[in-house]
Design a protein around this ligand. Sequence first.
Ligand SMILES: NC(=O)c1ccc[n+]([C@@H]2O[C@H](COP(=O)([O-])OP(=O)(O)OC[C@H]3O[C@@H](n4cnc5c(N)ncnc54)[C@H](O)[C@@H]3O)[C@@H](O)[C@H]2O)c1
Ligand SMILES: [Zn+2]
Length: 368
Amino acid sequence: MITVPVPLAERSYDVHIGTPAVDEVANVFARALGKTSGVALIIDGQLAQISPRAAALSEALGKRFPGCKTYRLPAGEAAKSLAEVERTCQWLAENGFDRGASLIAIGGGATSDHVGFVAAIYLRGVQFAICSTTVLGMVDASVGGKTGVDLQAGKNLVGAFFQPRAVVADLGFLDTLPRREQAAGLAEVVKAGLIADADLLSRLEVDAAANRIFSEEALLHAIAAAVRVKVDVVAGDERESGRRAILNFGHTVGHALESESAYELLHGEAVALGMVAALAFGGHRGVTAPGLQARATAILSRIGLPVDVARRVTPAVLARIEVDKKRAADRLKFVFVPRAGEATLQDVALTELQRTLPEALAAGAVSG
Ligand SMILES: NC(=O)c1ccc[n+]([C@@H]2O[C@H](COP(=O)([O-])OP(=O)(O)OC[C@H]3O[C@@H](n4cnc5c(N)ncnc54)[C@H](O)[C@@H]3O)[C@@H](O)[C@H]2O)c1
Ligand SMILES: [Zn+2]
């Protein structure tokens, strides 16, 4: 296992990445949670049904934490509602969990976002830990302490910053994760390489070209490197005031594409397209080195992610690009990647982005 420490003073914890024996996962949680009055395993209901490893892990946790109880959440995003949060809290209360209890989330980003938020608010806060079972969950959702759920008005509108006591990014779960979900998670790994780790990008390039990017070995290193990037960025900016914004690379246009597709596109797919757009826009403005767009496009398409952004950036998509709420009404902080492994924020007028992006995409010859 590779261990990446998350240094956040008294809220510090470790992310353990690998394919450990299930007993070892249970031991990691036992060490991190320490003395606890009770343990609730809160698991993605679909995962519980289809994953043999989920059954084995539950059994190991049952031995390590005698008397622990299991709660099954609706699969994926369906867990991210206030109604489901209420249901989980109600279940915890009915089962006698007190302030000294611990929650263990087993699932992808939706599960850890739900459980983290419940942990933040149940009895004004109980400790929790995460066993992450998706690539996106491992490299993004389980690191950084953002928790929360959706409203009808939009995604992630209600939440809290709340750090787990430990995270296990358990690659043993990826056998059952559909290839499309794995690829979508890898979009955030490519992002990490582009904004902060040139070696990671080179490695992805080699592994993608050799068609071994989904091998356990390649995934282990790629996921660990991406976790390090996210940890470095959030450790310097826990509450998202400055540098953490570079993690939004590819997300300005990505979010617009994601919502315009009515969530037909997976988040990572939209981010892949958004990164190609951001590199084209950067190239057009002379910020991004020539050739980087082509390099990134090659890696993304080898992973199986969509890159045909020129065709997809319609006037409706451009109209959906959101400005930064904290800034002047018509301006946004756009994340550019000047060269592999570097990111910079620049103030851009929304109208300029909307006007120039189609030209930049046409010039970049990124066609469908
Ligand atoms: N908190 C953060 O900082 C942060 C960052 C990025 C994303 N997120 C959130 O994470 C969520 C997306 O995460 P996700 O992509 O992991 O989605 P997810 O948790 O919805 O999981 C995707 C699907 O895969 C299934 N699944 C999970 N693990 C599996 C496995 N090992 N085998 C087979 N199926 C499995 C789930 O049942 C679900 O249907 C979004 O809600 C997003 O808002 C949060
Ligand atoms: Zn993202």
